[in-house]
Design a protein. Structure first.
Length: 396
């Protein structure tokens, strides 16, 4: 099942009118669902490229695995904090796992269905629900508070300096008091008539919150009061139809030194000055799952399945790996001399950081891997699959 299954279109009636001929549907809901399936696909538009045999230069293995529960129509990625991993499911299960062996420290059941992945920080474990609530548990799994927000929470909450920062599906970002769950501030912006519904979250660094939005917009706001610092255009919508003009940022921005990087679907990747919001460079690369950066290189998964390594000050290509076409790749995870990338068929691929050569691969199960991997240490990565399995994968 494709990750694009879970990207839905928030369309005005003018879009629906123009696309009624796509299917003979019995209701507006059916029409909108059909549009989503036809444009983005419940299955990949093109089948994944068959995997050719590779000469393995590294050896990978599964250290341990466990089960948390299925993701449903949402995306859940694990998080690692202080020697423990936290993972969640759509039905409301949260588990705390020892990263060394996968043993379960505790499991709790949230009394609502979840829609956003786990956040951890400030001695809190945080999850968001389909009804727009944030549940905060302490490190022993005891409920501390509940905060009610405006709409479903599609990404992991973040903790920064006494504030829990949460993005909701209606394009709002909330700052919540980490002590009691009371609301401190809210950043609000208008959602356009046509946008992708995605689990794009937020990045928080040095007192600033970075978030990408529809139309290729990247914003920086203050973490203490939610005031806008700047807004930058990472990508400009282009094309004739409303569908062709979608250029939404559907993945996490990445902060590295003086720059913050963001990439848009059907758009561009850009490096933005963190102080001024000035675009330092940009180039045409489309991505759904996003990017990562380390030691002067940016690594990005193209929407069509290529993996790029770019120079961080100019965007120049170091290398491109094209052997994973249409495999719905996760964001790359740097691991020393290697990169880890998951795909739609449950494989974790390891690429050479220097030239992009495929160094190793391992199969978890037959379920797609969620867009964000979590790093346990320099040679072990954590992957959660859509069926709710969690795998610790080691490579040497």
């Amino acid at each position: 099942m494709s990750r694009l299954k879970f990207i839905k279109i928030l369309a005005g009636s003018f879009v629906l009118t123009g696309l009624l001929s796509m299917a003979a549907c019995s209701s507006i809901t059916d029409i909108k669902t059909n549009i989503s399936e036809r444009i983005f696909g419940r299955e990949a538009a093109d089948p994944p490229e068959p995997l050719a045999e590779i000469k393995q230069t590294s050896i990978s293995k599964i250290l341990w695995q466990t089960k948390v529960g299925e993701a449903g129509d949402f995306e859940f990625s694990p998080t690692v904090e202080a020697g423990y991993a936290y993972a969640a499911s759509a039905e409301g299960e949260i588990v705390k796992l020892d990263v060394s062996n996968g043993s379960q420290a505790w499991r709790v059941k949230v009394p609502e269905k979840l829609s956003g992945g786990v956040g951890a920080g400030g001695s809190l474990v945080l999850v968001g629900t389909q009804r727009g609530s944030i549940y905060a548990y302490d490190l022993a799994g005891k409920l501390q508070w509940i905060s009610r927000l405006s709409s479903e929470v599609l990404s992991a909450p973040k903790y920064f300096d006494g504030t829990v920062i949460v993005r909701t599906g209606d394009s709002r970002i909330f700052g919540i008091n980490a002590n009691d769950g009371s609301r401190k501030w809210v950043y609000d912006r208008t959602t356009p008539s046509l946008a992708l519904r995605s689990s794009a979250g937020i990045a928080v660094d040095s007192g600033a919150v970075y978030a990408g939005f529809a139309g290729g917009k990247l914003v920086a706001i203050r973490a203490d009061n939610g005031k806008l610092l700047w807004e930058a255009s990472v990508a400009q919508p282009k094309g004739v139809t409303e569908i062709e003009r979608i250029a939404d940022i559907t993945s996490l921005p990445f902060v590295d030194g003086p720059l913050v990087y963001a990439v848009a679907y059907q758009g561009r990747i850009a490096a933005v000055d963190r102080v001024s919001g000035r675009i330092v460079w940009n180039r045409d690369i489309s991505s759904l799952s996003g990017l990562n950066a380390e030691d002067g290189r940016i690594f990005v998964s193209h929407a069509a399945g290529s993996v790029y390594a770019l120079e961080y000050t100019s965007g120049k290509t170091f290398w491109r790996q094209a052997a994973l076409k249409n495999r719905q790749l996760t964001a790359p995870m740097p691991m020393g001399s290697l990169l880890a990338i998951g795909d739609i068929e449950g494989y974790v691929h390891f690429l050479s950081r220097e030239d992009g050569a495929l160094a190793s691969r391992i199969k978890t199960n037959n379920s797609p891997i969620m867009p964000q991997l979590a790093l346990i240490n320099s040679n072990t990565v954590l992957a959660q699959t859509r069926d709710g399995s969690v795998f610790a994968v080691q490579v040497k």
